[in-house]
Design a protein around this ligand. Sequence first.
Ligand code: KG4
Ligand code: ZN
Length: 317
Amino acid sequence: MKLLALESSCDELSIAILDNGKILSNIISSQIERHKEFGGVVPELAARLHLENLDWVISSALKKAKIEIDAIDAIAYTQAPGLIGSLIVGKIIAETIAMYLNKPLIPCDHIQGHIYGASIDNEFVYPVLAMVVSGGHTQIELINSVTDYQIIGQTQDDAIGECYDKVARYLGLPYPGGPEIDRLAASGNSQIYPLPIPKTTQEFDFSYSGLKTAAINLINKIKQKGEEVDINNFAASFQDVAVKTIIQKFDLAIKKYQPKTITVAGGVSANSLIRQEIQRLGNENQVPNIIIPKMEYCTDNAAMIGKLAQELINISK
Ligand code: KG4
Ligand code: ZN
């Protein structure tokens, strides 16, 4: 069963080829350099660049997998959520290939794709408790099978990646700010700038808008006093609270649901502190399987969509 998978929900166009769930290629064209000058993703530009990049992305994916397009048995693509223009371009490409080859189309959910990206190198043992941390979503999911899952906690406002990016922008750092803060935090002291963990009413919910406001207010206060913000210490202090905000809830959820596997997914799962903390929580709670995905499968990529599609095919047999 050879699958062509396509991911185009934001500013990356990616095509992967899988053979019975094994990744043969996973080509990712990132547009970060083109959006950097605007300080964030420009949706119209993202959709146009997907079309410009399609030719080399698809030919590289087939070449690396050493197969001809006629050998493809099914086409998977990201249906939602994402930027509407980017999603439409991806859908039309996938539909065109499916029509040309007369093969089935498998629409996939981007968030579930991120989660199943973690199972590419380590198969899930259910139940799985997954922490989804991306630029648009932040939630804790309990998964019993690929078609049976529930969100048990989520952000009440901003996503964690959005919070990182906005605070980074305020600090004058380039887009995307998440990796910049992570890098600067490595040589900073997290105890220098105290920031609060916002309270929420539901047991497993959390909030990032409050943290964003508190961080920006603190930067303003320091500047008003005529002092300089120590960027490394600020990055470390912010990162400490941003990660604690969700990690504390994830810890409570592990204790309540006793999962056999824990994992983390989405762009922010590339964060060094989050990766470290997931490992620590897993060890402390004696979770049998702790999956920290490869960096390549953390940010947007088509291999994760292919893996999800393969699981959907397997369960429907
Ligand atoms: O999942 P993703 O690639 O796109 C969405 O679907 O949103 O996530 C992108 C987000 C951005 O907010 C980016 O700043 C963040 O992931 N990110 C990080 C790190 N690497 C990427 N945030 C914190 N630390 C990182 N190392
Ligand atoms: Zn994503």
